[in-house]
Design a protein around this ligand. Structure first.
Ligand code: SF4
Length: 332
């Protein structure tokens, strides 16, 4: 089942039973003896309508970033299907993959490491323009100016190097690089996590304004629920490579159904100092090399209802207000 709720909008992206496993051992010699696998993404189903933002949340190590990297085809999936505009892009290669990369872009978490320290902003933003032949040489300067300005930087930044800019300005360069090729879909991978709180709102507002202006569709990855609430139409909660719940943003916050979603929300700091202390989600996320049997959340779940939780991974079902939940508390 997918996170169906398109409200009449055309579907842009659909992923079905997506899996990404990595060898547990780093080098090929060790892999001859160690056949274990890291199940980073383990059967994810999601869909995103055109112009929407799907938030993808979960603790560190839940597989969110790997999911994003597989969708933009920086990584090849182990299994499953990725459809973009109803076309199967799971195994695209060569020129067709290059063409797809013009439409699907990614904004990375850490602008310091995703930018080349030896290149100016102009050189970095012009790279995708040249690769995809977006403009001729005579129009390059003009296009560069337009792109950096749409990301909230003045043209004088075109001659600057990353070390001459603040974290927020560097992230604007990352956004400008993604925008340069006129994409339709952007995977935003924790785009404000590395930034000061005071700058986070500016970048979030920029991303939302750009979405309206260019009818962009986002997969917005974050571990901070308050950040995804701000930007998402619908939110998917991920745990240990699996999707636990998918709901409309407001419904997820007002009426969370999955025990993991409830635990994540309980841990969000409250603005009111008189509110009761935060509940802490007990234990660590288990190793994806040897995930728990049955429901992946069962070793940490305070609502566990018995052996079924340890034996059977619950199917995703639709509950009430069109939320999708994978939990035995909700019978089929
Ligand atoms: Fe908890 Fe069982 Fe639901 Fe898993 S299936 S979240 S262990 S109640």
């Amino acid at each position: 089942m997918n996170n169906e709720r398109n409200n009449g909008k055309e579907e842009l992206l659909r992923i079905s039973n997506l899996k990404k496993y990595f060898p547990a051992s780093g080098d090929w010699f060790a892999q001859m003896f160690d056949k274990r696998q890291v199940k980073a993404v383990d059967g994810v189903n999601l869909n995103i309508p055109t112009g929407d933002t799907l938030g993808l949340v979960g603790e560190s190590g839940s597989g969110k970033t790997t999911t994003g990297q597989v969708i933009v085809r920086l990584l090849d999936p182990t299994e499953g299907k990725i459809e973009y505009k109803s076309q199967d892009i799971t195994e695209l290669t060569g020129k067709r993959l290059k063409n797809l990369r013009q439409e699907i872009q990614m904004i990375f978490q850490d602008p310091s490491s995703s930018l080349n320290r030896r290149k100016t902003v102009g050189q970095m933003v012009s790279e995708p323009l040249k690769i995809h032949n977006i403009v001729g040489r005579d129009k390059l300067e003009e296009k560069l100016g337009e792109v950096v300005e749409s990301a909230g930087l003045s043209k004088r930044f075109l001659n600057r190097y990353p070390h001459e800019m603040s974290g927020g300005q560097r992230q604007r360069v990352g956004i400008a690089r993604a925008l340069a090729v006129d994409p339709e879909f952007i995977v935003c991978d924790e785009p404000v996590t590395a930034l000061d709180v005071s700058i986070q709102a500016q970048i979030l507002n920029l991303l939302m304004n750009l979405q309206k202006e260019y009818n962009l569709t986002y997969l917005f990855i974050a571990h901070d629920l308050s950040v995804v609430k701000h930007v998402s139409d619908r939110i998917a909660v991920m745990y240990l490579g699996n999707i636990m719940e998918v709901s409309d943003s407001e419904i997820l916050f007002d009426n969370p159904k999955h025990p993991y979603t409830q635990a994540l929300l309980a841990a969000v700091p409250k603005a009111d100092p008189k509110s009761p202390p935060r509940e802490v989600l007990k234990g660590e996320i288990p190793s994806p090399i040897d995930p728990p049997s049955g429901c992946p959340f069962h070793p940490r779940c305070s609502s566990k209802i018995g052996e079924i939780c340890e034996e059977k991974n619950p199917e995703q079902i639709t509950v009430g207000d069109n939320s999708l939940v994978s939990c035995h508390l909700y019978p089929k």
